[in-house]
Design a protein. Structure first.
Length: 76
């Protein structure tokens, strides 16, 4: 795994409407370069557990425990 990632933190927008799954904005978007040609995004939404999101992502892309820890550190 390449150590290249960027995080995009977005401030919460106040809204009268209660957000649903279709129109929610992520509170954090982390772009992860898996290899030279393959980049994926990890999106974390309010109320979600970043550790669970990173664990699922890591399992999906066969990342080591060390790589998962580094990603989680970037999100927190």
């Amino acid at each position: 795994m390449n150590d290249s990632y960027t995080a995009d933190f977005r401030p919460k927008k106040s809204s009268q409407k209660k957000p649903n799954a279709k129109n929610r904005e992520p509170i954090c978007v982390l772009k992860v370069e898996l290899d030279g040609d393959h980049t994926e995004k990890i999106k974390v939404y309010e109320g979600e557990d970043p550790a669970e999101i990173v664990d699922k992502f890591g399992d999906q892309f066969n990342l080591s425990d060390n790589a998962k820890k580094r990603l989680l550190k970037q999100i927190k």
